[in-house]
Write a protein of this length. Structure first.
Length: 447
C-alpha cells in the first residue's frame, strides 16, 4: 500500500475508504503523536473541528470528536466553515490542533480529513508519517477527569468574517458581484463578507443540502456563474470550491479567469503597494508558461514548486515570501492567512479592480495564456508514472517536437487515483494532439 496521507490530508470515498473507525483512529494517533512531542505540555490540550456541509461530514465529525476526546483532548466544534477559517481559528483560539473534514472540490460521496498545527499550518509530511505509523496501536486511554470535554463554538462565522474584512484596503461600493459558493462551506461566509465590504451581491450555489456540494456549480463548474453574470449585468463573478480554499473568477463579459491570471493581477497590485516580499511569487510547475513570461517581463521572480498548495507554502516560508498559489485557484496571502483562502482572494481581487479603476477584462491582459490541455487518465497505476520507460520515451519525443514553444508535464494525482497529462504548445491543436497521444501512452503503459 502507498502512503495514506496525500498532498491534502487523507481523502477517499466516505464510508468505504474513509470510514468512521479510520477517522477516529487517525484522530487518536494525531493526539498521541502531538502529545508525545510536547505540544500539550503544561496545559490541557484543545482542538477545534470544522467541516464542509457534505452529509458524510456529520458522522465523520462525530468520529473525530470521539477520537480526540477519548485521547484527553478538549474539543470545540466549529460546525460548517471553510478550510481557511478552521486554519485561522485554530491559531486565533489558541488551540493545539485543528481538524477539517472536507474533500474540497470532489463530489459529495467523497470526504477527507486534514490536520493543522497550533499556528494554523498543515502538518508537515514527517508528522503525518508518524501519525500513520501509529494507527491501530494498543494504548492506555485516560479515564475520569482525564478524558476530553466537548462544546460548541459560538460566533465562529462572525470572527472569521471580521478577520477577512480587516484585510480589505478599500470599499467595494459600486461593484455588482455574483458569488457561487458551490453549495459548500462558504455559503454563509462569502456573501456576508462581500456585502459588508460594500459590494452588491447576487448569490448562487448557496443552498447546501449535504448532497449537492460541487454539483454543477462552484470553481469546477463555472457555466452557471458565467450565465448569472451575464443575466444580472454583473461586473464580476467569484467562484469558490466546496471548502472555499480556492477562488476562480468570471469577467463581466463571461470570460473565465483562472488562478494564474488572479495571481498575476494580485502580484502586480501587491508590488505597487510595496507589499510583495522580495518581488517574488511562488507557483507550481502547472502554472501556465504565459504567467511566468508575464512575471519575468514585470521584473517579478517566480519560484517553482511541485503541485500542491502545501509545497507552495513550504517554499514561501523557507524563502520568506508572502505570496503564491496555483493555477487551480489556491492563492496564499501569508500576510493574512496560513493556507489558500478563496473568500480572501476574491475580496482582494475585487479590491484590485477598485484601486486600479479598471474592469477585470482589462486587468487580465497583464498575461497571455498559452494554449494548455490537461487530460486526466483514470484507472491506471499512478505509482508507475515516474518509472515507465515507455512513457519516458514518449515524453522525450513530445518535448523534442514542441521545442522551446511548449512543455509537457506528467503528474500522478496526489488526491485521486489518476495521472494528469498537461501539454502547452504554440497552438491549441498541437497541444490537444500531443496531449491525446501521451494520454493514450499512459493508458496502455500504466494499465
Amino acid at each position: 500500500m502507498g502512503r495514506l496521507f496525500g498532498t491534502d490530508g487523507v481523502r477517499g470515498l466516505a464510508n468505504r475508504d474513509l470510514t468512521a473507525p479510520l477517522v477516529m483512529d487517525l484522530s487518536v494517533a494525531a493526539a498521541r503523536v502531538l502529545g508525545e512531542q510536547g505540544a500539550f505540555k503544561g496545559h490541557r490540550p484543545l482542538a477545534v473541528v470544522g467541516r464542509d456541509p457534505r452529509a458524510s461530514g456529520e458522522f465523520l465529525e462525530a468520529a473525530v470528536v470521539a477520537g480526540l476526546a477519548s485521547s484527553g483532548v478538549d474539543v470545540l466544534r466549529l460546525g460548517v466553515l471553510p478550510t481557511p477559517a478552521v486554519a485561522h481559528l485554530t491559531h486565533q483560539l489558541d488551540a493545539d490542533l485543528g481538524v477539517m473534514l472536507s474533500a474540497s472540490h470532489n463530489p459529495a460521496p467523497d470526504n477527507g480529513i486534514k490536520f493543522f498545527d497550533r499556528s494554523g499550518h498543515k502538518l508537515p509530511d514527517e508528522l503525518e508519517d508518524r501519525i500513520e505509523a501509529r494507527l491501530g496501536e494498543v494504548w492506555d486511554p485516560p479515564i475520569g477527569a482525564g478524558v476530553g470535554r466537548v462544546r460548541e463554538a459560538h460566533g465562529a462565522v462572525e470572527q472569521y468574517v471580521a478577520h477577512l474584512l480587516s484585510t480589505v484596503p478599500v470599499s467595494l461600493d459600486g461593484l455588482r458581484v455574483v458569488v457561487d459558493c458551490a453549495n459548500g462551506a462558504s455559503s454563509d461566509v462569502a456573501p456576508e463578507a462581500l456585502r459588508r465590504a460594500g459590494a452588491e451581491v447576487i448569490t448562487i450555489g448557496t443552498a447546501p443540502d449535504g448532497l449537492n456540494i460541487n454539483a454543477g456549480c462552484g470553481s469546477t463548474h463555472l457555466e452557471a456563474l458565467q450565465q448569472a453574470v451575464r443575466e444580472h449585468g454583473a461586473d464580476v463573478g467569484i467562484a469558490n470550491d466546496g471548502d472555499a480554499d480556492r477562488c476562480l473568477a468570471v469577467t463581466g463579459s463571461g470570460e473565465i479567469v483562472d488562478g494564474d491570471q488572479i495571481m498575476a493581477i494580485l502580484a502586480l497590485d501587491l508590488r505597487e503597494a510595496g507589499a510583495l516580499a522580495a518581488d517574488t511569487v511562488v507557483a507550481t510547475v502547472m502554472s501556465n508558461l504565459g504567467f511566468k513570461l508575464a512575471m519575468r517581463e514585470a521584473g517579478i521572480t517566480v519560484v517553482e514548486t511541485a503541485v500542491g498548495d502545501r509545497y507552495v507554502l513550504e517554499a514561501m516560508k523557507e524563502g520568506g515570501f508572502g505570496f503564491g498559489g496555483e493555477q487551480s485557484g489556491h492563492v496564499i496571502m501569508l500576510d493574512h492567512a496560513t493556507t489558500g483562502d478563496g473568500v480572501l482572494t476574491g475580496l482582494h481581487l475585487l479590491a484590485a479592480m477598485v484601486r486600479r479603476g479598471r474592469p477585470l477584462d482589462e486587468l487580465t491582459k497583464v498575461m497571455t495564456r498559452l494554449p494548455q490541455v490537461l487530460i486526466n487518465v483514470r484507472d491506471v497505476d499512478k505509482n508507475q508514472a515516474k518509472t515507465s520507460p515507455e512513457l519516458a520515451a514518449a515524453v522525450a519525443a513530445a518535448e523534442a517536437e514542441l521545442g522551446e514553444t511548449g512543455r509537457v508535464l506528467i503528474r500522478p494525482s496526489g488526491t485521486e487515483p489518476m495521472v494528469r497529462v498537461m501539454v502547452e504548445a504554440a497552438s491549441e491543436s498541437q497541444a490537444q494532439s500531443v496531449a491525446e497521444h501521451l494520454a493514450g501512452v499512459v493508458k496502455t503503459a500504466l494499465s
